[in-house]
Design a protein around this ligand. Structure first.
Ligand code: ADP
Ligand code: ZN
Length: 210
């Protein structure tokens, strides 16, 4: 399966992506993770990406599309992959269609009222796990690997507002775009727990696989 995971910031794309990749044996490709790794490594891409990410804007297409194209040219994606955070605009979707043929766009629909608290309360671990402060009981380490938890630079109210604006203008039109191609499946997250959302996601993916 070749899947696109779509959803506003805070919809839980990263959390669901990890679970989906594990269960269905897909390679998880997150452009956000790739940029953060580049920032950490001090690369040229990282230096360029940081200013856009901190402002809640999209990293320029010339860089982003090239990264994804390159990643999808690797042998390991032959068994299927999950794109998390790409495409994020109609332009990127058109570019993607030139080098990949995705089967399904899974849209995670989140209650907008929940987004700010979810993101600003998020604490992440370098291993990929993320938590919400309300469930940590004061702990500052990752339950999975023991690593130190931290807050992403862009998980602050000001940047979140900008990210939501970017999502509404640039990314939300992809819902209609993939719907018109009969490739859209929407999972409504509401106030469900990640495990409950994952059950719904599995129903979609299982019926799709048959
Ligand atoms: P979230 O979905 O919670 O906003 P991500 O980790 O997916 O978090 O993305 C973080 C930031 O990385 C985005 O706000 C954006 O600046 C940049 N980014 C990620 N994917 C793309 C993309 N496909 N095109 C342009 N910029 C991107
Ligand atoms: Zn961890």
């Amino acid at each position: 399966m070749k899947i696109i995971l779509l959803g506003a910031p805070g919809a839980g794309k990263g959390t669901q992506a990890t679970k989906i990749a594990e269960k269905y044996g897909l390679i998880h490709i997150s452009t956000g993770d790739i940029f953060r790794a580049n920032i950490k490594g001090g690369t040229e891409i990282g230096k360029l990406a940081k200013s856009y990410i901190d402002a809640g804007k999209l990293v320029p297409d010339s860089v982003t599309c090239e990264i994804v194209k390159d990643r999808l040219s690797k042998q390991d994606v032959i068994g299927g992959y999950l794109l998390d955070g790409f495409p994020r605009s109609l332009y990127q979707a058109e570019e993607l269609s030139k080098f990949a043929d995705v089967d399904l766009c899974l849209n995670l629909e989140v209650d907008p009222a929940l987004i700010m608290d979810r993101i600003c309360g998020r604490r992440v671990c370098a291993c990929g796990e993320s938590y919400h402060v309300s469930t940590l009981n004061g702990s500052t380490t990752c339950a999975k690997c023991g690593g130190e938890l931290y807050q992403r630079d862009d998980d602050n109210p000001e940047t979140v507002k900008a990210r939501l604006g970017t999502y509404n203008v640039m990314t939300a039109p992809l819902i209609a775009y993939y719907s018109a191609q009969n490739k859209l499946a929407t999972v409504v997250c509401g106030t469900k727990t990640p495990d409950e959302v994952f059950e719904d996601v599995c129903k979609v993916l299982d019926s799709f696989q048959k």
